[in-house]
Design a protein around this ligand. Structure first.
Ligand code: BG6
Length: 438
């Protein structure tokens, strides 16, 4: 049985994403594990279980079942620990020795200010090098810090025991981009600047920053979403088809340039908890990027992401070039909440001689219950991969470093204030009405 030792078990990520994912994995009975939940708070295991129950009820993908939850909670031990105190690792070492652990994964769902101390602490544990470690963004407070943390981790762990997580890589439709691009003759040969006019990527959220003011103040939308999740989508959309996906993605990152950018901040952000009253942190970012490399030089890639907008939706629109002024073909890849594909193309209008009509094919994958039940949430998929010891869906450190440098080097404009929507965008965003969505 695998033991998942979760540092940061009382944090927002554990509450909203990791524990619901583990609960779903348990419900599916596909994987056998126990959890050691580590936190600073003075909880008993019983208190901890009570706290996480609400999160699981709210965020689980599968229906919440009291009986299953009871059994699941028997797999959890809460362990209180001060991460900044060296002695606590000595005690923790004694504690894990008593647990008869065969296979252990350390999951660092922590703010980067703790990474150095926790890594030093992990070094003090017996046979630590045999274990695997999963690390969450932000992977350091700056690119320099990321390098230091990576070096420290590499002093303990071999590369194949290190997992840099980007949960967007675990999303069903992000993975599907490769199939759509490479397994359709229709797109494969037309996926270049001769045929594509522009690419638009939207990642819109309704929620604000919730309880994450301290973290968000340092990151803002650029580091929170663009540098990692959205650049993953950009690079999968534009990389060459080759065996080593990380190399192909890295190659795109090396040629990616940000040409224009606007930033926004939602009204009321400055009044959020742990946010400075004169904060200039952006909660919305819109970018026009170019890949300075064939076959993409002439294709603008528009990106937008933000919080407290009028809807929660992630989707990509590929706008194909128009010939003879006929309407553009559009391909939309719907990532979230609806998963599906939409294609708009031209045919002749019935009866009329030379008139064109635009028609569509709209496929909603997640509208089918069987797909909803069988599609794991991103974190479920990724946690299973770590348990299986597979790196397929994880970022490489080089990718992380390159994209962080890219964002660090951009000069940031002052953010404007917005409420629900953005008035002056860099482009006309293509909005496709989804008739099939639920
Ligand atoms: C996280 C960000 O990585 O991704 C959050 O820190 C954001 O700010 C979240 O809300 C979005 O993930 P998802 O899976 O809900 O689209």
């Amino acid at each position: 049985m695998t033991t998942i030792t979760l540092f940061g078990s009382t944090g927002d990520l554990s509450y909203r994403k990791l524990l619901p994912a583990l609960y779903n994995m348990y419900s599916n009975s596909q994987t056998d594990f126990q959890i050691i939940a580590i936190g600073r708070k003075d909880y008993t295991t019983k208190d901890y279980i009570q706290t996480i129950q609400t999160g699981i009820q709210e965020y689980t993908r599968l229906a919440f079942d009291e009986e299953i939850f009871k059994k699941f909670s028997k797999r959890i031990i809460y362990y209180q620990m001060d991460l900044t105190n060296k002695n606590s690792y000595v005690q923790f070492n004694e504690f894990i020795k008593q647990q008869n652990i065969q296979d252990q994964i350390f999951y660092l769902a922590l703010s980067p200010q703790f990474f150095h101390q926790v890594i030093e602490g992990l070094k003090m544990l017996d046979h630590i090098e045999k274990n695997r470690v999963v690390i969450e963004k932000p992977f350091g407070e700056s690119t320099e810090d990321m390098n230091l943390i990576n070096q420290k981790l590499k002093e303990i762990f071999e590369d194949d025991h290190l997992y840099y997580i980007d949960h967007y890589l675990g999303k069903e439709m992000v993975q599907n981009i490769k199939t759509i691009r490479f397994k359709n003759a229709l797109f494969k040969s037309n996926w270049n600047q001769d045929m594509i006019e522009s690419i638009q990527i939207s990642a819109l959220e309704k929620d604000g920053i919730l309880n994450r003011g301290a973290y968000y103040e340092k990151s803002g939308a650029l580091k929170d979403m663009v540098q990692n999740h959205i650049f993953q989508i950009v690079t999968i959309l534009t990389m060459e088809e080759q065996k080593n996906q990380h190399e192909a993605q890295l190659d795109i990152l090396h040629h990616l340039h940000v040409e224009k950018m606007i930033l926004g901040q939602y009204k009321g952000y400055k009044q959020e908890k742990n946010v400075s009253p004169d904060s200039t942190t952006e909660t919305y970012a819109e970018l026009e990027c170019r890949i300075q490399k064939k076959p993409w030089e002439n294709v603008p890639i528009f990106i937008r992401t933000g919080k407290k907008l009028n809807r929660r939706e992630i989707y990509v629109v590929i706008k194909f070039r128009s010939f003879d002024g006929s309407p553009n073909n559009l391909l939309e890849i719907k990532i979230q909440p609806t998963e599906g594909v939409y294609l708009q193309f031209n045919i002749k209008k019935p009866q009329e001689k030379n008139e064109i009509q635009t028609v569509k094919m709209d496929f909603c994958q997640s509208c089918l219950e069987v797909n909803r039940i069988n599609t794991p949430q991103a974190y479920e998929r990724l946690l299973k991969e770590v348990i299986r010891n597979s790196h397929e869906y994880f970022s490489s450190f080089e990718e992380i470093l390159t994209s962080s440098r890219l964002i660090e080097e951009i000069e940031k404009p002052e953010p404007f204030i917005y409420e629900n929507q953005i008035e002056n965008s860099l482009t006309d965003w293509i909005e496709i009405p989804h008739t099939l969505d639920k």
